[in-house]
Design a protein around this ligand. Structure first.
Ligand code: ZN
Length: 161
């Protein structure tokens, strides 16, 4: 079976940056399972996996525009300290979950704290980075109706949403 839209695919992967630093890896853990064609993984990697089969190994270089996007200066903003009610010690480097303008939740990183002014950065941590994926396809199967309806794969017996 070849990887195509609506197939559930399991891959082993190692993600490195331009400096060959490992950013993320499934090696030694469970493979990454995703639903092909449902935006579960970055577009550049999904496109490279199209048509592949179990056992195939790929080295994929994904440019930022096909990865986590370009780093956008407009995603950095200054908000009032009051936005962080209940946080006693606010400092640079802390991450918070916030609601984006389109209603999705997103992670924002505190860049700086200056009195009542807090500089936050809503760029994805990997925005602007070229991604190097070393990938091996370990499973390809048909998606169930539930999985297609939900837009993501389900593990065995853990469907509770
Ligand atoms: Zn589901």
């Amino acid at each position: 079976m070849l990887i195509a839209t609506d197939k559930v695919v399991a891959i082993e992967y190692t993600l490195t940056d331009d400096a060959d630093e490992v950013l993320d890896s499934s090696v030694g853990e469970e493979p990454l399972v995703y639903l092909h064609g449902a935006d579960n993984i970055v577009p550049g990697l999904e496109q490279a996996l199209e048509g592949k089969a179990v056992g195939d190994e790929l080295d994929v270089v994904v440019e930022p525009e096909d990865g986590y996007g370009e780093y956008l200066a407009e995603l950095i903003s200054i908000v009032d300290r009051d936005m962080f009610e209940g946080v006693d010690e606010l400092e640079a480097g802390m991450e918070f979950e916030a609601e984006s303008p389109d209603g999705d939740s997103q992670i924002v990183l505190v860049r700086a704290v200056d009195g009542d002014e807090v500089t936050v950065d809503a760029n994805h941590p990997l925005a602007g980075q070229r991604l190097h994926f070393k990938v091996k396809v370990v499973e390809v199967r048909e998606a169930s109706e539930d999985e297609l309806a939900h837009g993501h794969p389900h593990g065995e017996g853990d469907h509770d949403h």
